[in-house]
Each structure stands twice: as C-alpha cells, then as structure tokens.
Design a protein around this ligand. Structure first.
Ligand code: FES
Ligand code: FES
Length: 152
C-alpha cells in the first residue's frame, strides 16, 4: 500500500491503496465517485472513460501510480450543474436508453471538443470508436456532438 495525493475534479484527494490499483476502483471504491462505470475492465468498452489533463483515458486500465499530479476529471466534475454543452446537447437529443454507457460517452465527446471545436463526421467516429453502446444510441450521439460543437 502507498499514499497517493490526486487532483480529482479540482480537489486534492489522498488515497492509501496498492500502486497497481486502477483509477476506476480508486474513484468508485475509495472516493465514492460512482458516475464512472465498470464495463469490461480491459479497455475495450469505454464505460470507465475519464479525462487526464483533458484527454479521454480508460480508468480501468490506468494504475493510480501513473497519475501523479495530472488533472483527473470525472463525469461529476465536468460541470457544476450538469450544464456542460455536451450534457445539454445530450438532453436535447434525448440520447440515453439504459444509460449505462453514457457517462463514458459524454467524457469521450467532451474530450474530443476540448481538442477539436469543429469535428468532422470522421473525427467524431474516430474519437467515439472505443465507446460501446449496447442500446445503439450512436446516431443520436453523433448529432448531439455536432449540436454541442455549435453551442460551446
Ligand atoms: S471498463 Fe474500462 S474500457 Fe470497459
Ligand atoms: S444507453 Fe444502454 S448501453 Fe448505451
């Protein structure tokens, strides 16, 4: 075990965990941030997506020991009132069905727009490629990302 001081959603948080513990479990089990979901555990589904310095990463495959002072953002920290342009566009396009994949989808979409304010269809497909939705909400997700790009 070792103590790590992490920068989570703009706040310093200390956790005492095994250095190999994936960030997904640090967030969910130790910090009780339950918005980040466990899907596959092997970086294949995107349900656990968070931002590391504004880049989308799979928290199930990110050991806590590799995070250091990097800025971690989870779905809880994306906006203060759930009013990030991507979240507003998600509501406008009525995207979620079961909802399980949606936090990860929103984190990937918001990371895309941080780095590319006017993404093409290809950019969207490539950025969202690793986020699986068993309910098949892909078409609405693509439309919502375009709406968010216009309103951000
Ligand atoms: S749970 Fe991390 S990619 Fe599936
Ligand atoms: S909304 Fe059900 S898995 Fe995506």
């Amino acid at each position: 075990m070792a103590v790590f001081t992490l920068n989570i959603n703009g706040q310093k948080k200390e956790v005492d965990v095994d250095p190999g513990t994936p960030m997904l479990w640090v967030l969910r089990d130790h910090l009780k941030l339950l918005g980040t979901k466990f899907g596959c555990g092997i970086a294949q589904c995107g349900a656990c997506t968070i931002h590391l310095n504004g880049t989308a990463v799979r928290s199930c495959s990110l050991p806590v020991s590799s995070v250091g002072e990097d800025k971690v953002t989870t779905i809880e920290g994306l906006s203060e009132k759930g009013d990030h342009p991507v979240q507003k566009a998600w509501i406008e396009h009525d995207i979620p069905q079961c909802g399980y994949c949606q936090a990860g989808q929103i984190m990937s979409a918001s990371a895309l727009l941080l780095n590319n304010s006017n993404p093409s269809d290809k950019d969207i497909e490539s950025a969202m490629n690793g986020n699986i939705c068993r309910c098949g909400t892909y078409t609405r997700i693509k439309s919502a990302i375009k709406t968010a790009a216009k309103t951000q």
